[in-house]
Ligand binder design. Sequence first.
Ligand code: GLU
Length: 522
Amino acid sequence: MLLARRSCRCLTAVTPGRAELQLKAAVIRCCSTVQGEVRVRFAPSPTGFLHLGGLRTALYNYIFAKKYGGSFILRLEDTDRTRLVPGAAESIEDMLEWAGVPPDESPRRGGPVGPYLQSQRLDLYHQTAQQLMDAGHAYYCFCSSQRLELLKKEALRTGQTPRYDNRCRHLQAEQVQEKLAQGIPHAVRFRLESGVEPLQDLVFGWTHHDVAKVEGDPVVIKADGFPTYHLANIVDDHYMRISHVLRGSEWLISTSKHLLMYRALGWTPPTFGHLPLLMNKDGSKLSKRQGDLFIQSLKRDGVLPEALLDITTNCGSGFITNRIGRKIDELISEFDPSKIINHSALLDMEKLPEFNRIHLQHHIEDEEKCCLLIKKLQEQLQQVYIAEIQDKEVLQEDYIRRVLHLRKRHISFLKDLLSPAYAYLWVRPSLSSQQVAALTTEPQHIASLVLKLISERGEELTVDSLSQDLKTLAKQAKSTKYREVMKLLRLALSGLQQGPSVVEMMVSLGAAEISHRLQKLL
Ligand code: GLU
């Protein structure tokens, strides 16, 4: 957030004139008939697990690639060795696959411009740093961390923004040789020049940030020999032939630095589009510490990948419509980059159950996906109700399929069916004769009337027709009132004295299961 706010202060938006508007329109037009090969990338650092914000960046890149017949590349930027999180790299790729945004080229899949892990491309960065040094665009810096720390403290004390004072820029060649010979640890810094050209961003339009005026020369190779983000990022985007860089707007501030490096190396930069930040509904920053926003946790909680893609695009922009329930193919066909606006996208996680309900319904209606849901539910039921399920008939595929189809408009997550409210579906109740006797003296008579009704209706049970039928049926009881008939049925079907309406329970249980439970009354 700090970075984004800072970026907004430092970046000057060039006032849109007629020419600018025409040019923006031209860029967008050119985007919709994108020329040449489209290659986009998602470049996370495996310093943490995949988060909803990261998934959104990956998703926009994926959609962009698919829309324009291009390739979507996953590159892992693992040069900050001190912050690597074990398992994060594998998990990021697993989660992209799970979410339905699989990369075409990646560390695991390989590809024509690999390796896709920055730690395996060190030679390329050194070679490029050397190229910058040879052309006078970079220099060795021997400043110790203590000196840099002092500079920082001093700046803060005097209310200035800390920046490197470019001291080593001015070392003479002999001094450099001498320090190298002494084995003094050194970094390589890029010489920032003034006069960077304005940037035309696909989303933010024209911006201009004369970075040399506000920042010291950035390190491009650290003392440990690893490149910093800035160098590795542009080297890879260049050698991986990335055509469009679509990344979070927190990186907009760095882009002018990148443009200076492209210029120094004589390379053509890609087209940039910075995606507005994804924020909480209240406008606060999405924090990586919000554990519930990690894709792995959402997956574990039963959130469907389609619901995640839908909610993250729904709260943002870039699409012709904004309806709920879009699948990836629809997202691709409705995507229009000229519709991405630079306002933050506000994510309302309270709406997630509703998104999930709609996509769960799609899964239930798709026979192949429904089979997977059935298997999953069978496993979960056996775990949750292991002691209570005496009769395995409730675990049969057909029974579970019926339940899923009947409840599909009411459940947001598969696990809702494991909640106590639905326990009656899986656990056949045991009845005591005292409980029954308290309600009626003619349980067999009522049970046989209901059994007859059920066998006439077969599986055609609906809430409306059953409500009517049961009213008529209760009149045939000799000494039991309608209310008691319903209480008796509730008891026999669920063992409960309160709960969902009796007819609703009957519709969900289906004829076979009702008959089974009513037999006990006979
Ligand atoms: N490694 C950066 C990150 O973690 C990549 C930024 C970019 O896409 O250039 O987000």
